[in-house]
Design a protein around this ligand. Sequence first.
Ligand SMILES: Cc1ncc(C[n+]2csc(CCOP(=O)(O)OP(=O)(O)O)c2C)c(N)n1
Length: 589
Amino acid sequence: MRLPDQYMENKNVMARGNDNSSDVGAEVIAKILLSLGIERVYGLQGGHIQPIWDAITRFGGIMVDARDERAAVHMAHGEAEVTGKIGVALVTAGPGVTNAVTAIANADKARAPVLVIGGAVPRPQAGSGALQEFPQIDLMRPITRAAVSIWNARRLSFELHAVLSRAVGEGGVPGPVFFEVPTDVLRERTSNNLIPKDGSILTTVRDQPADPISIARAVDILWGVSRPVVITGRGARSSTVSLNNLLNATGALYLDTQESRGLVAEEHPSVVSAVRGTVMREADLVVTIGRKLDYQLGYGSRAVFPNARFLRIADNIDELRDGRRGEIEVFATPNLACDAIVEVAGNRESKTDRAWAKNMRAKHLERSTKLVEKMATEKPGADGLMHPYRLLAAVRNWIDDDSIVIADGGDILSFARICLPARTYLDSGVFGCLGVGIPFAVAASLACPSRKVIGIIGDGAFGFNGMELDTALRHGARAVFVIANNGGWNIERIDQIQNYGGRIQGSELRFSNYAAMARSLGLYAERIYDPGKLPSALTRAFDRAPALLDVLVTRDAVSPDAVSGLASVPDFQPLTSWDNAERARFEEN
Ligand SMILES: Cc1ncc(C[n+]2csc(CCOP(=O)(O)OP(=O)(O)O)c2C)c(N)n1
């Protein structure tokens, strides 16, 4: 995340932005946002924030008005994910802020740079039982990098710049920030400016070079082992070239994670995602780059990585030291660290066991090919409805390298994750946040109008933010929303069948006609039973987007996450096999 780049994008507005001698508070905020190249702000109206709403639109910004503040913040998060810039949401005081909580918590877990501007009651009424008054800062503190209330209009500019720096992770972990301004402060005229006129306060955002000693030690360990595996996360997103160079130089294997899809092409010989478990078990060195050792990586436990030492690379402590400490920890901007490692290693011969790497890659290719065959031919369930594989096979054929794929749901997310090799991929994330699908797709389409955007969404997950179809239509977000309609919260239903004596309670829905619902809101929509009709339906949907395909899929399909035990939540580890290994380790010790 390079804040200065954003800053330079719109120098003219920036110049105006700092000439705010006669501005009211709301205008100061609007000008700063526009000066940062922030074109769109997502939000939902309210008297408390009306001055900013008005100022942003008056100065040429676009307000994307959503139908719920949670969705607005998901949209700001989605915008941040696909553009690499800060996403901004504007929500009114009280219920506007409380509605936003889930989405802010999700951005917190995703370490996504999101600015949420909240309205607040006028200062003279504060503490008097005012309309929509609520202890917002207390609520926001644990889920944001900074939560501030600005009672002094002269400090608006300074404080806004400070929280923006926190959002992009200057000096720490990126994530959401909350900026609350009482309505009377928004209306107050201020000569303010506690920041330099040229905006140079932001140029303090710098790359973090690696220290030579840790680089030398990283080279020694990487070039000394035989089964190295590189695993990337959010922090590596802007390191494509450097990462590929590192893989080429070492011959290490590579596992992506949902956080950093697309950095390494599927054709690269290091990619072995289909044999993830084996590779994690057999690795003798794991290199994490900008990646937390969260549940998706078994917390780095020896139960999951029994043979591995760890080398960790990140520019913030959360991604450098969580879970399991690295034998070597390189505190640096990931691409600089990768470049330095490759440069220092020079022509040094890597000791990577090429036969092992080749064998893993061959197994990966074999599994991937089998999966593609299965996707094309899988039989319907006992209910006669198509297997989700058939739906995803059609989507897989339809997307290209430039497409943005979004997955939201239980079983369907689990299938989509392994079946769709999208290079830009977003999903419910480590927070498991159902409901992101439609808002993420809306924001992705608005931010990247020339790219194909498709949201694959469970019928359960759809319900959370279904009303945002209306937002998509009003704002011309050309996304295709595909509802995998299995008439239930199916991953939970399967859990009840497998682990709770088949007592299916509260996990079935009605196979409702979501196409009809979408049509009633004005979208183009089709309801589809026959997998043979999917390819042409996808084309029609894309031509008329925003559009919705309501695709009936079987409930009988048991997804990878149901098989692995993820859905049934074991005690010590997220997957049953890892949980068993962890228990065995406890017994040994
Ligand atoms: C906000 C939220 N509520 C509940 C859950 C628990 N949960 C996880 S998956 C799931 C079922 C999702 O159903 P659906 O979206 O229809 O997808 P399917 O499993 O049927 O493919 C539920 C309820 C969650 N992760 N997030």
